[in-house]
Design a protein around this ligand. Structure first.
Ligand SMILES: Cc1ncc(COP(=O)(O)O)c(C=O)c1O
Length: 252
């Protein structure tokens, strides 16, 4: 949890471990729905959140889909990419129209990737992310940042990609960089979200959610790669070493 910046609203972060990124997305959506009491979820075109269930339903591209019945309640909004980047006012207006026309005026959340990875490496504009977060909260939903591809310093200067926009998500999902090849993912959320979820008394996670070997890998990963040396500093050092090596091999 120490890799997450302290929350501005004073709440603490809590985590629930899972196995895959798809599972983390699935549980995060479930968490937002149970905690908010609302079903409609806003997602973006061109996004990827997972390969089955609601995570697949939330993904915004036909290449992420199988022809299977999908869980409902997902509304895709045009992503702010290509020429839409300069039409953020219009996108926000359309998002609010979708909420007002396709839902009862209450939503469970908005899921997004700060950088759409599978969608072709598109960084979403900061202004769009912040305004969508405000809109989500206005209609009773939670902001879910999918950091499965971008987290753990993979964006360079920011440890978590969402920090680049200044937005404060309510729920963050992480995987890839967490276990570095080991099957582990996590759903990190503010404590009040988990408290509402836990209050139902229903089953929360499956039997393999806290496996010891991936957890040991995770501790090692955080200790050696992240807490002892910031990834962007490390990246700079590696680039310098690489440049020196290339130069030396040229002259010898
Ligand atoms: C942004 C994002 N979300 C979710 C997933 C799904 O993760 P997994 O393949 O571990 O199920 C991926 C996988 O690449 C991803 O890039």
């Amino acid at each position: 949890m120490s890799t997450f910046p302290p929350r501005r609203d004073g709440e603490k972060w809590q985590a629930l471990y899972a196995v895959t990124g798809t599972e983390a997305a699935e549980i995060a959506i479930q968490l937002s729905r149970v905690a908010s009491g609302n079903i409609p979820l806003l997602a973006l075109t061109n996004s990827y959140h997972g390969s089955y269930g609601t995570a697949m339903a939330a993904s915004g591209g036909s290449s992420c889909r199988h022809d299977l019945p999908e869980t409902g309640g997902v509304f895709h909004l045009q992503a702010p990419i290509y020429h839409w980047k300069s039409r953020i006012d219009d996108l926000l207006e359309m998002a609010e129209t979708t909420i007002k026309s396709s839902t009862s005026g209450k939503i469970s959340g908005f899921i997004f990737e700060t950088l759409q990875g599978y969608g072709g490496i598109h960084v979403l504009p900061n202004d769009y992310i912040n305004r969508m977060a405000a809109l989500t909260h206005k209609y009773g939903g939670y902001v879910i940042a999918d950091e499965i591809q971008t987290g753990f310093g993979r964006m360079g200067s920011a440890y978590w990609a969402y920090q680049m926009s200044g937005v404060e998500p309510d729920i963050v999902i992480i995987a890839k960089g967490l276990g570095c090849g080991h099957p582990i993912s996590a759903i990190v959320a503010k404590e009040s979200v988990f408290a509402r979820f836990n209050a139902t008394g229903a089953h929360k996670c499956h039997i393999f959610a806290n496996q010891s070997i991936p957890l040991i890998a995770l501790c090692r990963q955080i200790y050696f790669l992240h807490l002892r040396s910031q990834p962007h500093v490390r990246g700079r050092r590696m680039r310098r070493t690489f440049a020196i090596t290339c130069f030396c091999s040229d002259v010898t």
